[in-house]
Structures are given as C-alpha cells and as structure tokens.
Design a protein around this ligand. Structure first.
Ligand code: URA
Length: 255
C-alpha cells in the first residue's frame, strides 16, 4: 500500500473494508509471534521464572492450590507463565455462567470467537450448546442455580489456528481445572468431547463414552458429544438429546 496515502483516503479505505466485513488487520506476510520481542510487562510476578520453566505442572499446582476463590484462581491463571499459548492468544477465557450452578460444563479450548470475547462457548458451537441446554430448560444465565450452567474449558487460551491441545499444555493447565471444579463445587460435570474426556477421565473414544455416567474429580460426570461435532454431524444430535434427558433425569433425582 502507498505509505504516503493521506489521512482521509486511508480512513475511507478502512471504512470500506469494515463495510465489506473485515474484522481483523492481517499483514501481507505472516508474523511469528513467538519470535517477536516480548511485550513489556508491569511489575515482576512473585513466582520465580526458573522454577516455572523447570516444572510448569508443579508451578501450576502450587498456584492453583493457593487460590482461595474463583477470582483468585482467575488471577493466578492470568499470572501463570508456564504455557506458551498465553502469548499467542488475545484473552484468558476463564468461565461464563453462574458459579454455584448444579451443572458445570467443561469444553476443550477457546476458539476464535471465544478469544475475541473472552468467554467460553460463544461461537457457533456455543450457540448450539445454548440451544441444547435450553431444550431441557437450562441457561447459563438462569437466576435459579438449578437451571443455571457454569461453563469453562480445559485450556483457557486459544491454541493457534484452533489446533488440538498438546498433552504438555493439558497437563500444566489441569491443576487449574481441578481447582476450578473444587471452587465452583457443581453437583454434576458435563464433559464436552474427546479432549475434555481425555484430560479428566484419561480416556478417549467419545462415541463409546457418551451417554454413560462416570466419575471425574470425585463428581458424577457425563461425557457428551461436543457441539462442534454435532454441527458437522447432525445425525449425532439424537444421541446428544438422549444424553441431555439423562442429565435432566439425574438432576431430578434418578439414580
Ligand atoms: N469449543 C470449546 O471446546 N470451547 C469453547 O469455548 C468454544 C468451542
């Protein structure tokens, strides 16, 4: 682009691009943000960086255990330097919905929309998730905690290009998820998709796992198809409906 372009032409061009639907400024050439100079940070954090690099899982465990409430946990995750995803993501996506809800939904990781908005499950899959739970009278914002949801993910940062989380990333963020569940104290967990099951049950194979109650982190847990999978495979919605009814029955006291 002409670097001498005057202010008004540049502004008009930008307005035109926004009207066409542009939402992000992307350069002609890719930028490797892992090699870009580190952003200037404010006050040094208390956790020694050396210990963090040596054993990020132990550092995560210590930071998570020290968090006495959800606000402190969110802060501890924001200060955690062990996971590189933090540096490529825009937002820490901590949770949405009502802490104290009887049901806590645990997904995989934020996608693009979640990264932009800083909230879990707000893109197309999230909208389907909302419709699924609405079908059994549940809503993340419901004032009644019986009908409310509390929603989080295994990873709080979007992996670049929505790639799968790797086992090291999951291992180092797991202590935070465990503490998150402890502090939110739901009666039931819903594990959305394979990555959530792999992280919390140590098992994959959602087609076999879904629809059967199991235990995760000492609580009853129901694996379900991930709504992103349901968007690609509408024929699986029947099974998801079955699982939602199982959840509803259990909440009403069925064994
Ligand atoms: N998929 C997930 O697993 N989590 C989100 O927050 C969004 C999409």
């Amino acid at each position: 682009m002409d670097s001498q372009m005057d202010y008004h032409s540049a502004k008009a061009l930008l307005a035109w691009q926004i009207e066409l639907g542009a939402t992000e400024a992307i350069g002609d050439r890719p930028i490797n943000r892992f090699e870009a100079p580190a952003p200037r940070r404010a006050a040094p954090v208390a956790t020694p960086a050396v210990a963090m690099a040596a054993d990020p899982v132990a550092a995560a465990r210590g930071a998570a255990a020290a968090a006495g409430d959800l606000a402190a946990l969110r802060e501890a995750m924001g200060a955690f330097e062990g996971c590189n995803l933090k540096h490529s993501a825009r937002s820490l996506v901590f949770a949405d919905g009502r802490p104290g809800a009887r049901v806590m939904v645990i997904g995989e990781a934020p996608g693009r929309d979640e990264d932009i908005q800083g909230k879990p499950f707000v893109g197309r899959a999230g909208q389907l998730l909302d419709r699924m739970f609405a079908a059994i009278g549940m809503d993340r914002a419901a004032p009644d905690l019986e009908a409310a949801l509390y929603i989080t993910n295994i990873l709080p940062w979007r992996p670049p290009q929505n790639r799968d989380p790797n086992p090291e990333e999951v291992a180092m963020m797991l202590p935070f998820v465990e503490r998150h569940v402890e502090l939110a104290a739901p009666d039931f967990l819903v594990l959305m998709g394979n990555h959530s099951c792999q992280a919390l049950l140590g098992r994959k194979g959602i087609t076999r796992l879904r629809g059967t109650w199991t235990q995760a982190l000492g609580r009853p847990a129901l694996p379900m198809f991930h709504p992103a999978y349901l968007l690609r495979t509408p024929s699986a919605k029947r099974a998801a409906w079955h699982d939602l009814l199982m959840l509803q029955a259990r909440m009403r006291g069925a064994p």
